[in-house]
Design a protein around this ligand. Structure first.
Ligand SMILES: Cc1cc2nc3c(=O)[nH]c(=O)nc-3n(C[C@H](O)[C@H](O)[C@H](O)COP(=O)(O)OP(=O)(O)OC[C@H]3O[C@@H](n4cnc5c(N)ncnc54)[C@H](O)[C@@H]3O)c2cc1C
Length: 451
């Protein structure tokens, strides 16, 4: 990395190789080179970079690890990227109040491990947890498999220190587990995709590590039955810690990429995890096995923690595995009410069959959040256009079922053209009004969310 002396005392580069490295994210969105990349080490340095950008009319894009699926950290023209790689510290663990304070660049998985040593637990676990940052998680309100039982990032953020577009430093939220004082500014920052302010410090709630855990694999010969079993498990008053679904093509993708011995002659696979006291887990597992059996599912308990981790590794490798099927995946993360999961799965299959385009579905089916991957080749213009038509169809079906366009990835660039399908004009105006109050000059991550 070469360092220019653009802002005294700040690590910043205008070299082309650095600008290329920070010009894209995991969404495959067309890259646009930033003017420069800066690596602040603390809030004061972020303030200096923001002031420099503002006085030169440059826009600012925050970047965690670039694992975002919507192009939210992809720069637009005239942009300085602020990368949080040099702000990765776990600043404080307050076990009495069960909170941690972190710098925004800390990797989610690293925080998880540090806390596990101490007997604590930070539930939000995006499948990208070994790479993504807490700052990115807060800015996208990230979820993950455990959201079913434990909720999403928003449920764990207690406070955010942030640098505003005018260079001022604000402190929102606090140390207490309850708070009712005025508008909750931290809640506005969560999920704002770096369009309002830059998080420089984050306080999170943590939980005690559950006593025990059990992983179940359930195989179904019918995708629809697996969806019905999911609804039945939840209505039977069992909330597993995770309830992930992989359709037949997703199982095949894993077995063709890094085989772990999953059967490829089944139609669907549920990966279910229970946690809590051993006696309760045992009872819940028996009940789940019975429910799945009644819908034709065959359940197997993972032998031990290693076997369970192997399954999760495979689940997490799914996203990269898909690139072995087709060079382009148009990735959506629609969410529907739980009881509509079977209908949604069948609609997706029908669309795939009628269009001749492979649609691979997997994801956090327990909370209705399905990762829908439309597999095409971008260089084949006709095929890509048909893939994009499917996106509109899928969104229409999702909304008709009472769902939402994104359960966790956010809007960014890729979904901005569809925002109006879900959010009404008056509500978009209110959102834009909030943006204008925080960032009247529109310097923070322009082009995102609203297009
Ligand atoms: C294989 C794979 C699996 C995934 N699985 C999941 C999943 O299970 N659940 C899920 O929710 N997501 C998932 N994602 C998407 C992605 O990992 C999340 O959106 C994640 O929160 C992005 O974090 P990041 O650090 O990579 O942020 P980036 O992609 O770098 O940025 C995301 C957004 O956050 C903003 N941002 C980053 N840091 C800050 C900051 N300090 N202040 C203000 N704004 C900031 C950026 O400007 C951008 O708008 C997955 C992605 C991949 C590649």
């Amino acid at each position: 990395m070469r360092v220019s002396s653009l802002i005294p005392g700040i690590e910043i580069s205008t070299e082309k190789e650095d600008r290329i490295c920070y010009s894209y994210d995991a969404s495959n969105t067309e890259a646009m080179l930033p003017l420069a990349v800066a690596w602040p080490k603390n809030a004061d340095q972020i303030v200096k970079i923001v002031n420099f950008a503002a006085s030169n009319n440059y826009s600012i894009v925050a970047r965690g690890a670039g694992t975002g699926m919507t192009g939210a950290s992809v720069p637009q023209s005239n942009t300085i990227v602020i990368s949080f790689e040099k702000m990765r510290k776990l600043l404080d663990v307050d076990t009495k109040n069960m909170t941690v304070t972190v710098e925004p660049g800390i990797i989610n998985g690293k925080l998880q491990k540090e806390l596990e040593y101490l007997g604590f637990f930070y539930p939000p676990d995006p499948a990208s947890l070994n790479n993504c940052t807490i700052g990115g998680n807060v800015a996208t309100n990230a979820g993950g498999p455990r959201a079913l039982k434990y909720g999403v990032t928003r449920d764990y953020v207690m406070g955010i220190e942030a640098v505003m577009p005018d260079g001022s430093l604000i402190s929102t939220g606090g140390k207490t587990h309850k708070r009712a004082v005025g508008y909750d500014l931290k809640d506005l920052l969560i999920g704002s995709e770096g369009t309002l302010a830059l998080a420089s410090k984050i306080r999170l709630k943590i939980l005690p590590l559950p006593e025990d855990m059990m992983t179940l694999m359930v195989f179904f010969n019918s995708l629809e039955s697996s969806g019905t079993a999911i609804s039945k498990i939840i209505t039977s008053k069992i909330i597993p810690r995770t309830l992930e679904l992989l359709d037949k093509s997703a199982i095949e993708a894993i077995e063709n990429y890094r085989p772990i011995g999953l059967p490829t002659d089944v139609d669907a696979f549920l990966l279910i995890e229970l946690d809590g006291y051993p006696a309760t887990i045992k009872k819940e597992a028996e009940r789940i096995v019975d429910i799945c059996k009644s819908f034709g599912g065959e359940a197997i308990v993972a032998e031990d923690a290693m076997a369970s981790e192997r399954l999760w590794e495979a689940r997490r490798s799914l996203s990269p595995a898909l690139y072995h099927i087709k060079p382009t995946k148009i990735n959506e993360d629609v969410v529907v009410p739980r009881d509509k999961v079977p209908i949604m799965l069948m609609e997706l299959r029908r669309l795939s069959e009628s269009s001749g385009i492979k649609i691979i579905s997997f994801g956090h089916a327990g909370d209705g959040n399905l990762h829908v991957n439309i597999m095409v080749d971008r260089s084949n213009k006709e095929e890509f256009a048909r893939g994009m038509e499917l996106v509109t169809r899928i969104f229409e079906i999702t909304l008709k079922l009472g769902g939402s366009l994104s359960g966790e990835h956010g809007i960014g660039l890729t979904k901005a053209p569809y925002l109006g399908m879900e959010i009404k004009q008056r509500e978009i105006e209110l959102m834009k009004g909030i943006k204008a109050v925080f960032d009247p000059r529109g310097l923070m991550n322009p082009g995102k969310i609203f297009g």
